[in-house]
Design a protein around this ligand. Structure first.
Ligand code: IVH
Length: 672
């Protein structure tokens, strides 16, 4: 991007961010997620740092946090109220630890961790044990005197509760810092009430809390449920509070709410355990949180490390991964799936979301692209949660420059040039009807070999394509005739790898009925449907000959699925394929009825399990009679949470009151 392009873009970004800000902060409406807006702000800041002469006074980056409202007296803080630098993963936590270790002489370090509450910071000043003043954070140096307002909050003691062990704190000035929050349930109730009264709704609890505290009318403040949760205790003689763990103890004794979950650790493992534990459990907290505060417990070391910019070196905020970001659609291409469905896919300017780089996102179908008006070269918001396929949420037409092009669904298949056809009326998708389409062929074979189907090691996308190109295979049955000598002629294989692949193929000649059925790649037959069918009919021949009604009678199989299965087995080509399998000695064994400890229990997993692959976990669940599904529904018994879980499944589980368990609890169920 050259300077003039950057300038144009900066102007557009500013307009959009301003628009977002206006809607959010003035109208209490939201035109996009906070995460998407942050992503835009980040891009603006980056462009401005590259071209500093383009920074203008009215740029959103020049907004000083916590500008003072007219109407409040200002008050200078005794010591600056600092911000924290963010870290996003284990490596960054480790880098912070390494930096500290370089500077500190003692290697015996204790870390103190607490949940980062999403509210507004506030300082309370007690003189001789009596509340004198409450001050907002403001710009960190100077805040607003909101004493009248905070005095209405029942969670703030008007005088420090007496405890003889802490006598010195009742003399002179004791400052207590903490976060003012509105609880999620109170926020919802407030909005419900406002809706009833036809008043505009508030955007989120933090905004509401901040807006309330900065009201000039303290009577109104008194009607809003706000809580003060303390996290810091200051004395003029800093030695009087020598550690954060001590500060929390004293604060609790004085009658403040402190977070009971705050905890200490000696090393990165302890820190990461805390972070991982709260990844899930934080959703159950009464207030919103987006991270964890980690600081040196020892206050002397903390202050020795000093401050860099606005943040102390002795503390960081771990931020849980955002699930949305903005990026550019470089192109849109059409991918032909194994059943022929033509799916438009967006090729993206790579962007990191929830800890991994996203380069492609599904646009689902033509109708969706039209509805969302997503154009090539558009700026878009992309969403990725846990293991779901990244998806384009919406376009940002405000950022268009005129070079954007509308996407047109091609008339013919990009692979085999066959004319695309439209499915049944209700189904919006276009399909390539050519069963010999190369794209369909390799996806079909790859599907057959995939982990959840026959699980053939070494038969991934690249190898399958190479084998098709060399005319060695053309359907899933052909793979069983492959010989090492044939493979060795291809560039991709040497003697050992060729032998290994053939061996791994030959080892998969007698799969379970469900795996084989799933591996055939019948439209609408996913892993669980294949299992349901196998459990019901036991023998694949019975399934092959079943009538639509028999199929639809199976629990979990609807009429569309039943029809699709019957259609598949009515197709002579598919019957040929089955014959071919049989003649090569490839045939599934009969399913047995599984009754086990997990019968009638249904599981969903989110995030990565540390001890086993997801497929293995699914197998073990099924071997104990349980079912494994990919989405949380009312029928889900347990949501198992591994590392880096996605937010959406957790949210869904919360909504449906599904039991959420961690990996250890899950293994206990498996080994009971
Ligand atoms: S300790 C040096 N503990 O996060 C600052 N802060 O980005 C140490 N916050 O302005 C602050 N929960 O308002 C601390 N448990 C917690 C917190 C917390 C929320 C806020 C605080 C501060 C901001 C720092």
């Amino acid at each position: 991007m050259n300077r003039s392009q950057a300038k144009e873009r900066i102007i557009k970004l500013r307009e959009l961010i301003n628009d977002y800000r206006y809607h959010y902060h003035v109208l209490n409406e939201s035109i996009m997620s906070e995460e998407a807006a942050d992503s835009l702000k980040h891009e603006l800041a980056q462009l401005e740092s590259k071209y500093p002469d383009l920074i203008s006074n009215d740029s959103p980056t020049q907004r000083i946090a916590g500008a003072i409202l007219p109407g409040f007296n200002t008050y200078q803080h005794s010591s600056r109220m600092l911000s924290l630098n963010d870290v996003f993963n284990k490596e960054e936590v480790q880098a912070w630890i390494n930096r500290i270790n370089k500077v500190l002489s003692s290697k015996d370090i204790t870390y103190f961790m607490d949940i980062k509450m999403d509210g507004l910071a506030c300082a309370l000043i007690y003189r001789d044990g009596v509340l004198e003043r409450g001050v907002t954070r403001g710009d960190g140096f100077t805040g607003e005197d909101v004493t009248a307002n905070i005095r209405t909050m029942e969670s703030i003691p008007l005088s420090l509760k007496y405890n003889k062990d802490y006598a010195l704190f009742y003399k002179g000035v004791t400052e207590v810092r903490g976060e003012i929050v509105m609880y999620k349930k109170d926020f919802e109730m407030l909005n419900k009430q406002r809706k009833k009264e036809g008043l505009p709704l508030f955007a989120n609890p933090r905004n509401t809390a901040a807006g309330t505290i900065r009201q000039l009318d303290s009577k109104l403040v008194a009607t809003r449920p706000l809580y003060f949760r303390a996290y810091d205790l200051l004395r003029e003689d800093t030695k009087e509070v020598d550690s954060y763990s001590y500060a929390y103890k004293v604060l609790a004794a004085f009658g403040f709410i402190t977070n009971p979950m705050a905890s200490s650790a000696k090393d990165i493992k302890g820190i990461m355990d805390f972070i991982e534990y709260w990844t899930v459990k934080r959703l159950d907290l009464e207030f919103n949180t987006d991270g964890v505060v980690i600081k040196l417990d020892d206050r002397q070391s903390f202050s020795n490390l000093g401050v860099a910019g606005k943040a102390p070196r002795g503390a960081v905020a771990f931020k849980y991964a955002a699930e949305q970001a903005t990026t550019i659609v470089k192109d849109i291409f059409v991918s032909i799936g194994r059943t022929g469905t033509a799916t438009p896919v967006a090729v993206l300017e790579p962007v990191v979301i929830a800890g991994s780089t996203v380069q492609m996102a599904t646009l689902h179908n033509e109708g969706e692209v039209k509805r969302k008006d997503i154009r090539i070269k558009d700026h878009v918001i992309v969403h990725k949660a846990g293991d779901i396929i990244p998806e384009v949420v919406e376009a940002l037409p405000q950022l268009r420059t005129g070079i954007e092009r509308e996407f047109k669904m091609p008339d013919t298949c990009p692979e085999c040039k066959t004319k695309l056809i439209k499915n049944k009326v209700a189904d919006a998708a276009w399909r390539c009807p050519n069963t010999n389409c190369p794209s369909r062929t390799w996806k079909r074979i790859q599907h057959y070999a995939s982990k959840e189907a026959l699980d053939i090691e070494g038969l991934g996308e690249k190898n399958v394509i190479a084998l098709i190109k060399a005319s060695l295979i053309n359907d899933p049955a052909d793979i069983y005739l492959l010989e090492p000598v044939q493979l060795m002629k291809l560039e991709r294989f040497a003697a050992i790898s060729a032998k290994k692949l053939v061996e791994s193929i030959q080892s998969k000649k007698n799969p379970s009925t469900s795996r084989f059925l799933y591996g055939l790649g019948i439209r609408h037959v996913g892993v669980q449907t294949a299992i349901d069918l196998a459990n019901h009919f036991k023998n694949i021949d019975v399934i092959i000959n079943a009538k639509v009604d028999d199929l639809a009678a199976v629990e979990g199989v609807g009429s569309i699925v039943a029809e699709s299965i019957a259609e598949y087995f009515a197709e002579p080509k598919n019957i040929e394929l089955l014959k071919k399998f049989r003649s090569y000695g490839v045939w599934p064994y009969e399913a047995k009825n599984i009754e086990g400890n997990l019968s009638n229990k249904s599981f969903v997993i989110t995030g990565t399990l540390t001890a086993m692959q997801r497929e293995e976990a699914a197998d073990r669940i099924r071997n104990l009679g349980g079912t494994f599904k990919s989405a949380v529904t009312e029928d889900t018994t347990y949501l198992v949470v591994g590392e880096n879980p996605g937010k959406s499944k957790l949210k869904q589980a919360e909504t449906l009151n599904t039991t959420v368990i961690d990996e250890d609890e899950f293994y206990k169920l498996l080994t009971r």
